[in-house]
Design a protein around this ligand. Structure first.
Ligand code: PEP
Ligand code: MG
Length: 799
């Protein structure tokens, strides 16, 4: 798909133009990046930002760059010189079209599959509609050749109250392009010339008002069906909802802030596409049937998990999906095809297509809509069968989704995603944690109404307060932009001292490290002044791929992380999968309560090869750079001993003895482990408290479940007492760190220090603020452990 880049002196101008263009493509995919303003409020253009936007928007088919005035053009020109790949440079068209009209025309053309030359031509012709309406045409007249005798013709009347304005015109263009015929159109009422119906800019010249009669003609083998499609579309008023617009939805009561920052932009609701079927023969009926059963099991486990993290009112959809996986008619059909020598993916695909088609053909609109459920489940099983991961969402604007898996969140690009609004979810779910790591503002638990927002609607959100406004008026939007400017200034101040150590006024130095999931995070950590990496969530190297990385690949990644941090200590946590991070290629049997099941160290000890490979890669890395190995979810000394034995074996395997800088620690996430922390003292150098899990287990409130998200608050005195107990057990025997999200709560930082915590690890963008909180920590803290609940603690800390 041809990508688009919008270059403007003003971020606000660019965002508004993008919102307009996105509305015209009516939910179709569009690859678009913005390089506008020096920040949200300062006018200017930046060649480096433009080059980055081009690289982001180019998915191989090239990009068309639309610019506003003067230096925007110079900067865009300069940006071409900054592109490292000469082939990419050749794929860029700097387009002289007017920004707004050109962008709208270009967006419609690009979303309908036009190549970059065609997209640029459409953009350049973007003024044609305006000129023809004002009768001031300076553009060349594009005569449309007579097609000889057209194969099909028809006439229809425009019923839309505002005529064939931009949105219905865009819909007409899409229909004409998809019809496979050469379609032309003219305004019979005004006796206009014929224009191609596939060009938005030319259709705009028709000046078609309500009750005008339009002629259409088409040629080619698809002429008749094409004309029929257009007549049907006209009869539906070009799918324009002519009823008064419904009030935009408002966020529900469970709304919670999840990642700080201000996000504004057009609503983007991604859709998942059907994976391609591989053309492979059957491996034999038994083997294929086994494959299908394994895939069905894996998907059952995924759906059970999703169901358990969804508010009860909305969870019914997952029950329907689970029933489909056990539907005898469907399974018999698929297995029958397998018995007839068809490979499992083809058999499953054919059987589910039959059921979906049967639903779609029914008269009842509710039952028709179930076809979409069948297709969704069919695709999910198909992905499990062929080892394909769900396509990571790529798009532009404010992402609106039911929830976000860690794998999906990991794939988001902060250059194009301005914000995240989730119908479900909670602030300590991994999706939200990743959003924070990427610095993408997010609000979660907004409720299902968020999913009814029309694509392209402007959305404004504040990830610090949890406010979300759909379709804000100009004053509200200006207020959000002002907040963005203030927050940017505050961040800049904290960033200027972030590289220095953080010492309290009473002289205690607290190491502030970073939580990471990738090398890019490590770079962000270094840029934000991280003293070390307090938590490398290695599982993110294992997601979004069909098989596990081998020892060499893991070692290379760990080394790259250490290098990005200039050799500062990195804390490599062994795989913490299970719970809300299933590994598609290591299917685990469905569990009723996955968070209480085989996750963390339990999963690793049950998959010894996976663990020994990982430890080998860690030990090899530790030869040249300080490494701390950390075991997650430790509940008993037996688990720790088994894990340490596996580590000793990995050391023996490398044959170089124990690396000097190698340290060993555990995560305290299980309440029992906190209360008996002294048990582990002789076997560890440090313990890092994972307050996200510790809180969910202590409060019996699942971290991803929005309906109990307010209970899952790490400031509850019960949780704080577990932290205090760990620090007390530690004394001088081992260091206590906190790497759960509580560490990034600036109001809680002085309390954690007072309890005895000496290291904090937070997402990279939070480091500067947390260091400031350490530097201004008061000498004494209110006594909060006897307070009744988290609200009372928070109030006391904020006094
Ligand atoms: C935690 O549980 O607090 C933690 C840091 O680990 P994760 O969020 O990856 O489960
Ligand atoms: Mg955890």
């Amino acid at each position: 798909m041809t990508g688009l880049v919008v270059v403007s002196h003003s971020r606000a101008l660019a965002d508004a133009a993008v919102a307009l263009a996105v509305e015209m493509v009516q939910g179709k995919d569009l690859t678009l990046a913005v390089a506008a303003g020096l920040d949200a409020d300062t006018f200017g253009t930046d060649a480096v930002a433009i080059a980055e936007a081009i690289a982001t928007a180019d998915r191989g088919d090239g990009v068309v760059v639309l610019m506003d005035l003067g230096s925007a053009v110079l900067s865009a020109d300069l940006a071409l010189d900054l592109l490292e790949d000469p082939d990419q440079r050749d794929r860029v068209v700097l387009c002289p079209a007017p920004l707004v009209e050109g962008l709208v025309a270009a967006a419609v053309a690009a979303a309908n599959g036009a190549d970059r030359t065609e997209v640029a031509a459409e953009a350049v012709a973007g003024l044609a509609g305006k000129e023809s309406q004002l009768g001031t045409s300076t553009l060349m007249e594009h005569e449309v050749p007579e097609p000889g005798i057209p194969d099909a013709t028809a006439t229809f009347t425009v019923t839309n109250p505002h005529g064939l304005h931009a949105r219905p015109a865009a819909r007409l263009v899409t229909e004409a392009r998809e019809s496979g015929a050469a379609v032309q159109i003219r305004n019979r009422t005004t006796n206009s010339a014929w224009v191609p119906a596939s060009s938005l800019s030319r259709v705009a010249t028709l000046g078609a008002h309500q009750n005008h009669e339009l002629d259409v003609r088409a040629s080619g083998p698809q002429a008749r069906p094409a004309i029929d499609r257009i007549l049907a579309l006209a009869a539906r008023a070009f799918d324009e909802d002519t009823a008064p617009a419904p009030a935009p939805p408002s966020p529900g009561p469970g709304t919670q802030p999840a990642s700080p920052g201000i996000g504004t932009g057009p609503a983007w609701l991604p859709r998942q596409s059907t994976p391609d079927l591989p053309d492979v023969p059957s491996l034999g009926a038994d083997r294929e049937r086994q494959r299908l059963d394994q895939a069905l099991n894996a998907v059952r486990a995924e759906i059970h998990h999703l169901r358990s993290t969804t508010p009860t009112a909305e969870a019914g959809i997952f029950d329907a999906h689970l029933l489909l996986l056990d539907d005898a008619d469907l399974l018999d059909d698929a297995r029958g095809r397998i018995a007839d020598d068809t490979a499992a993916p083809q058999a499953w695909s054919a059987a589910t297509a039959r059921v979906a088609d049967e639903f779609a053909a029914l008269d009842d609109s509710y039952l028709q809509a179930r076809a979409a459920d069948v297709r969704a489940v069919a695709d999910q099983v198909l992905r499990a069968l062929i080892g394909a991961t769900a396509t990571p969402p790529t798009g532009t604007g404010v992402l609106i989704a039911p929830d976000l898996t860690p794998a999906e969140a990991a794939a988001l690009d902060p250059a194009t995603v301005n914000g995240i609004v989730l119908a479900a979810g909670s602030p300590t779910a991994h999706g939200a944690i990743l959003a924070r790591a990427k610095g993408i503002p997010a609000v979660v638990g907004v409720g299902p109404a968020a999913l009814d927002v029309a694509p392209g609607t402007t959305v404004a959100l504040d990830g610090r307060t949890g406010e979300v406004v759909f379709d804000p008026g100009p004053e509200v939007l200006a207020d959000f932009r002002k907040r963005a400017t203030d927050q940017t200034a505050q961040r800049r101040r904290a960033l200027s001292t972030a590289a220095r150590p953080a010492t309290t006024p009473s002289g205690v130095t607290i190491r502030v490290g970073a939580n990471l999931g990738s090398t890019a995070d490590a770079q962000a950590a270094a840029a934000n002044g991280a003293d070390h990496a307090g938590l490398v969530r290695t599982e993110f190297l294992f997601l979004n791929r069909p098989s596990a990385p081998d020892v060499d690949e893991q070692e290379a990644t760990y080394r790259a992380i250490a290098q990005a941090l200039d050799g500062r200590r990195i804390t490599l946590r062994t795989l913490d999968v299970g719970g809300d991070k299933p590994l598609p290629y290591i299917p685990t049997p469905p569990e009723q309560n996955p968070f209480l099941g085989r996750r963390g160290i339990r999963h690793s000890l049950a998959n010894p090869t996976l663990l020994s490979d990982q430890l080998t890669a860690m030990v090899r890395t530790a030869r040249d750079t300080p490494v701390s190995v950390m075991f997650p979810m430790i509940s008993t000394l037996t688990e720790l001993t088994a894990a340490r034995t596996a580590l000793d074996e990995a050391i023996a395997r490398t044959g170089i003895g124990r690396p000097a800088g190698l340290e060993v620690g555990i995560m305290i996430e299980v309440p029992a482990a906190a209360l008996k922390a002294s048990t582990f003292a002789a076997h560890i150098d440090f313990a890092s408290i994972g307050t996200n899990d510790l809180t969910q287990y202590a409060m019996a409130a699942e971290r991803g479940n929005p309906s109990v998200a307010t209970l899952s608050d790490a400031l509850d005195p019960g949780v704080l007492r577990l932290i205090a107990a760990t620090c007390q057990a530690a004394g001088n025997k081992f260091t206590v760190a906190v790497c759960g999200e509580l560490a990034a709560d600036e109001a809680a930082v002085p309390l954690l220090i007072a309890l005895g915590v000496r290291e904090l690890s937070v997402s990279p963008p939070s480091i500067p603020g947390v260091k400031e909180a350490v530097r201004s920590a008061p000498a004494s803290n209110p006594d909060v452990l006897d307070l009744p609940d988290a609200d009372a603690v928070r109030a006391a800390l904020l006094q």
